[in-house]
Design a protein around this ligand. Structure first.
Ligand code: ZN
Length: 826
C-alpha cells in the first residue's frame, strides 16, 4: 500500500469547558484566600514583635519587602487586590513597611469574599446573553468550577481565562453567572477578579457563598467571549477516615513537643516496636543550639564597639568580661590586659590625660590582642567607629543570650551544641522494595503543629498495626521515614527564646548585621537552601540578605539540615513520595514552586500525568482532612505553589521532584476554617492554643485532622506501589472519516502522560507530550484540518506503559496505539 504524503495543521485549541480530560482529576475549587485575623495566642517576646495583618500589591512587592529583611512567610494568601498575610514585626518595622507601600490592615480588615447577592446583581442574565457574539470559543475558557460545602454552607469556586487577559487597556473584565440546579436559567451575574502575578495575567477567579448547588456556570468577557461549563464537586462525599472505625486508636499527642521530646519519643517507638520500626540517624549534625557570647559597649553611636567571643557561650564565651579602662596619665598608648577570662582594654590617653582611643582602634586591639578570647570586634553596624570610646563602669559580661528564656517557655534546660537528627522509619519490609514516603516536619522552627501532626501519624501506625486492617496494609506496603523536626536548633530557639523564629541558628551575617540586637533575624531559611530553581540561579523568593526571613544561605545546600535530606533520598532510593509539612495556611502544593520574575519563567511544569496524579492524591488526602471536622482546603490553594501563591526559590520540593522524580508535596496545615457563626473564614496561626476552640483554631484539632491526611498519603503510596495495571487511552473522536476539520483530544483511564507523533514515526519518550491547554486546565484540543494518523502510548504515575509497549527499543510488535482521522476532500 502506498503511503500518502500527509500534512496536517495542528493547532492547540482551548479545551472544552469543564471537560476533565483525565477522568481521575478531581475538579477542585479553591477559594483564594479567605482572610481573617490570626489568633493572637503567641507569647510576647522581649523584643515586642507582633503579628500584623498586611496587604501587598503583588509578588514584586513581596520580593522587595522580603529582600529588605522582613519576615512575611506563611499565612500568605492571594486576594484579588494582591497578597494578604501576617508579618512578624516591631513597631518601627510597621512604619518601614508603610513607607514601602505595604498596607497595614486593622484586625479583621482583610479582604472578604462577597456573598452571593440576593436576587442577583448587575446585568440581567438574558440581557447579557443577547449581546454576546456567537463565535466565542477562542476567547474564554473555564479552568475550574468547583462546588464544596463546609459546616452547612455551600461555596462555588470558579477559575476562568480570557485569551485577552494580558491586555491592559482596556482591562478585560469577566462576569460569572450560575444556574440554581438542573434545567434552571443562568442568573446572579457577578464580576470576577483578575489575578495578575509578576506582570503576567494568570486567570480570573472567585469564591462565592451559595445556598444551592449550581450544575452549570456561564462566564462572559467584556470583549464578547462567552462560555459555559459544568460544576464539579470538591471533597464532597469523602469516604470515612480510618478514625471512624470504632477500634481504631488515635489522639496520642497531648500538647506541643520540643525537639528533645519528639526525638526521644521516636527512639522509644523504635524500641517498643522493633519489628516494624527503627531509627536512622542523619549524618550531618546541625550547627547547634548555641551562640557566641556577645556584648555591645558604648551604645549605638560612633564610639560603640560590638564584641563577640571565639568560644561558644556555653563553652566559655559566657565567662568572658570586657572592660574599657580609663587611666590618669597623659599620652598613654592603647593596651590590652588579659587575666583568665577578663579582658581589660586600657584606653589610650591624650596630652590632657583624657581617653583618646576610637571604636575602630579598640575593636582592632580586641581582635588581635585578647589572647584568642575575642573572635569578632567591630564598630556598630555601618558606623566608621570614629568616636572616642568611653570607659565602662566596670567589667561587662558577655552572654550568648540563650539563658534568657521567653515568658511561657517550657521547663528544663536545652542541650547546647550540635544535634543529631533521628529519622523514625516505620514499615514491615524495610528492604528498599516498598515505596518510601518521607514526612519532613518543621523546617521552619516556629511551626509547631507540623511536628505534632507527624508524630500523631507515627503513633497511629504503630498502635493500630496489629488491630486495624487498613493500618496493617500501610505498614506492610510502604517504607515511611519521619523527620519529626528538621530544624531542632531553631525549634528550641522558638520554644525557649523567640517564639517567631523561622530559620535555623547558623549566623552567616557580616559585621554590619552581627550585633546582638539582630540575633532573632540570623539563620538560613532551610526551605530556600536547595539546588533546583534556587535564588542562586536567579529564581525569585529567596533572599541574599542574611537577616531576611527567606535568607537562602551563602550557597546551595550550605546547611547540614538540607544536606541531610539529599543524603536520605540518595541512600534510600525507594523514597518516591515526600510531604514537607509546614504551617499555617490551608494549602497543598507541588511543582512548579519557583519562577524567574522577569517573564515569570517557572521551573518546568510536570507532565499532564503527574499533574493529574497530584490532583487525584490531593483530593484523597484533603478529603480525609475534611472528614475530621469539615475543614476544607480550597482548590484555589492547591496546585503548583508558584501558580497559586508565590515563588519560593530553592525549596525542597523542586529539588526532590526534578532531581529524583519524587512526588514532592508541600503542605501548609492549619489554615482558614469557616466560622458559620460569623459567616467568615478564620485564619490560623503558627502556635495556636493547643486546646483552643476545637471548631476553629486549635493546635489539637489541626493535629488530628491533618494526621488523617498524612495517613491517606501513606495509602496513596501503598496503592501506587501495587499499581501494576497498564493505563489505557483513546483519541476522541477516534479513527474515522470526517467531512471537515475535527477537534480531537486524548483521554486516559487514570492519571497518565501521553507521548504522541503525527509524522509517521514511532512514538518514544522523546516524542511530544500531550499537554494542558494552559496550566490548571484539561488537556489540549487539536484542530485537525487534513488526514492525520496519531501514534501514541500512555504512561501512568507508577510507570506502567499502555499495552506493555517499550518505547526505548525498536520491537517488531510496535504495539503503540494508532488512530487515523481521515478528512474528506471537498
Ligand atoms: Zn514553613
Amino acid at each position: 500500500m502506498r503511503h500518502i504524503q500527509r500534512r496536517i495543521a495542528l493547532l492547540a485549541l482551548p479545551a472544552l469547558v469543564g471537560s476533565i480530560l483525565v477522568a481521575t482529576g478531581p475538579a477542585g475549587a479553591d477559594p483564594t484566600g479567605p482572610s481573617a485575623a490570626a489568633s493572637r495566642s503567641q507569647p510576647e517576646d522581649r523584643e515586642s514583635v507582633r503579628l500584623v495583618q498586611i496587604r501587598l500589591t503583588g509578588a514584586d512587592m513581596l520580593d522587595k519587602v522580603a529582600a529588605a529583611g522582613f519576615d512575611l512567610e506563611h499565612g500568605l494568601r492571594r486576594v484579588p487586590t494582591g497578597i494578604e498575610g501576617e508579618a512578624v514585626v516591631t513597631a518601627e518595622q510597621v512604619t518601614e513597611l508603610t513607607a514601602m507601600g505595604v498596607e497595614v490592615l486593622a484586625d479583621d480588615a482583610g479582604f472578604a469574599w462577597s456573598d452571593q447577592a440576593d436576587g442577583g446583581i448587575g446585568v440581567d442574565a438574558a440581557g447579557a446573553r443577547a449581546v454576546q457574539p456567537s463565535n466565542h470559543q477562542a476567547t474564554v475558557r473555564i479552568a475550574r468550577a468547583d462546588w464544596f460545602t463546609t459546616k452547612g454552607q455551600g461555596f462555588l469556586y470558579v477559575e476562568a481565562r480570557t485569551t485577552e487577559g494580558q491586555q491592559a487597556d482596556p482591562i478585560v473584565g469577566m462576569q460569572l453567572e450560575n444556574d440554581s440546579g438542573k434545567g434552571t436559567p443562568f442568573g446572579f451575574a457577578r464580576t470576577m477578579s483578575r489575578f495578575v502575578d509578576s506582570g503576567q495575567y494568570m486567570f480570573h477567579r472567585n469564591l462565592f457563598k451559595l445556598d444551592t448547588r449550581p450544575t452549570r456556570i456561564q462566564v462572559t468577557s467584556s470583549t464578547g467571549g462567552v462560555t459555559t461549563g459544568v460544576v464539579s464537586n470538591w471533597l464532597e462525599n469523602a469516604p470515612p477516615p480510618l478514625t471512624a472505625t470504632p477500634s481504631y486508636k488515635s489522639d496520642f499527642v497531648d500538647g506541643y513537643k520540643h525537639p528533645q521530646q519528639l526525638y526521644s519519643r521516636a527512639k522509644e517507638i523504635a524500641r517498643q516496636y522493633p519489628d516494624i520500626a527503627e531509627i536512622v540517624y542523619l549524618p550531618n549534625q546541625t550547627n547547634g543550639y548555641q551562640r557566641k557570647a556577645q556584648a555591645q559597649l558604648g551604645g549605638t553611636g560612633q564610639a560603640a564597639v560590638v564584641v563577640t567571643s571565639a568560644a561558644w557561650g556555653h563553652e566559655g564565651g559566657n565567662d568572658i568580661t570586657v572592660e574599657f579602662v580609663d587611666r590618669p596619665d597623659a599620652n598613654l598608648p592603647l593596651a590590652v590586659e588579659v587575666t583568665g577570662k577578663a579582658v581589660r582594654v586600657l584606653l589610650a590617653t591624650d596630652a590632657a590625660g583624657g581617653p583618646a582611643s576610637t571604636a575602630t582602634q579598640v575593636a582592632d586591639a580586641l581582635r588581635t590582642r585578647s589572647a584568642g578570647l575575642i573572635d569578632r570586634a567591630h564598630p556598630y553596624r555601618t558606623n566608621e567607629g570614629s568616636g572616642i570610646v568611653a570607659p565602662t563602669a566596670g567589667p561587662v559580661a558577655l552572654t550568648d543570650f540563650l539563658d534568657q528564656k521567653r515568658v511561657g517557655a517550657p521547663e528544663g534546660e536545652v542541650p547546647r551544641g550540635p544535634a543529631t537528627i533521628p529519622v523514625l522509619r516505620i514499615g514491615k519490609h524495610r528492604d528498599g522494595k516498598k515505596p518510601g514516603v518521607l514526612i519532613q516536619a518543621q523546617d521552619h522552627a516556629r511551626e509547631w503543629v507540623p511536628a505534632t501532626t507527624s508524630l500523631e501519624s507515627a503513633e497511629r501506625l504503630v498502635h493500630n498495626y496489629r488491630s486495624d486492617r487498613e493500618t496493617k496494609k500501610i505498614v506492610e506496603n510502604t517504607d515511611i521515614f519521619f523527620i519529626l523536626s528538621n530544624n531542632p536548633d531553631g525549634a528550641n530557639y522558638s520554644f525557649y527564646n523567640f517564639a517567631s523564629q523561622r530559620k535555623n541558628m547558623t549566623n552567616h551575617c557580616p559585621d554590619a548585621s552581627a550585633d546582638p540586637a539582630q540575633r532573632n533575624s540570623w539563620g538560613v531559611d532551610l526551605n530556600r537552601n536547595y539546588r533546583v530553581g534556587s535564588g542562586h540561579d536567579g529564581y525569585a523568593g529567596g533572599s541574599t540578605n542574611c537577616v531576611s526571613g527567606t535568607y537562602q544561605g551563602p550557597e546551595e545546600l550550605s546547611e547540614p539540615e538540607s544536606k541531610n535530606i539529599i543524603w536520605l533520598v540518595e541512600k534510600y532510593s525507594n523514597i518516591k513520595f515526600m510531604m514537607s509539612v509546614h504551617s499555617n495556611g490551608g494549602q497543598l502544593f507541588w511543582q512548579p514552586g519557583a519562577y524567574i520574575a522577569d517573564g515569570r519563567i517557572t521551573t518546568p511544569r510536570p507532565p499532564l500525568g503527574d499533574e493529574a496524579f497530584y490532583w487525584q492524591s490531593a483530593a484523597r488526602i484533603l478529603s480525609q482532612v475534611k472528614a475530621h471536622r469539615e475543614t476544607v482546603v480550597t482548590p484555589e490553594n492547591v496546585g503548583g505553589s508558584s501558580d497559586v501563591l508565590y515563588s519560593s526559590a530553592g525549596n525542597v520540593r523542586e529539588d526532590l521532584y526534578y532531581t529524583y522524580g519524587i512526588y514532592a508535596f508541600g503542605w501548609e496545615v492549619g489554615g482558614s476554617v469557616y466560622n458559620p457563626a460569623t459567616g467568615n473564614w478564620q485564619g490560623g496561626s503558627f502556635q495556636p492554643e493547643w486546646t483552643g476552640n476545637p471548631e476553629l483554631v486549635s493546635g489539637h484539632a489541626e493535629t488530628m485532622e491533618y494526621a488523617n491526611g498524612i495517613m491517606e498519603m501513606f495509602r496513596v503510596a501503598a496503592d501506587w506501589g501495587k499499581d501494576k495495571k497498564d493505563p489505557t487511552s483513546r483519541l476522541i473522536p477516534g479513527d474515522g472519516k470526517y467531512r471537515g476539520p475535527v477537534d480531537v483530544r486524548f483521554e486516559t483511564s487514570e492519571p497518565a502522560t501521553i507521548y504522541y507523533t503525527t509524522d509517521g514515526s514511532r512514538p518514544t519518550l522523546e516524542s511530544p507530550r500531550y499537554a494542558a491547554t494552559e496550566f490548571r486546565e484539561p488537556g489540549q484540543v487539536f484542530h485537525v484540518t487534513e488526514t492525520t494518523t496519531f501514534r501514541w502510548f500512555s504512561v501512568d504515575s507508577a510507570g506502567n506503559i499502555e499495552k506493555n509497549y517499550d518505547p526505548t527499543k525498536k520491537d517488531k510488535r510496535n504495539n503503540y496505539r494508532t488512530a487515523t482521522i481521515t478528512i474528506a476532500k471537498k
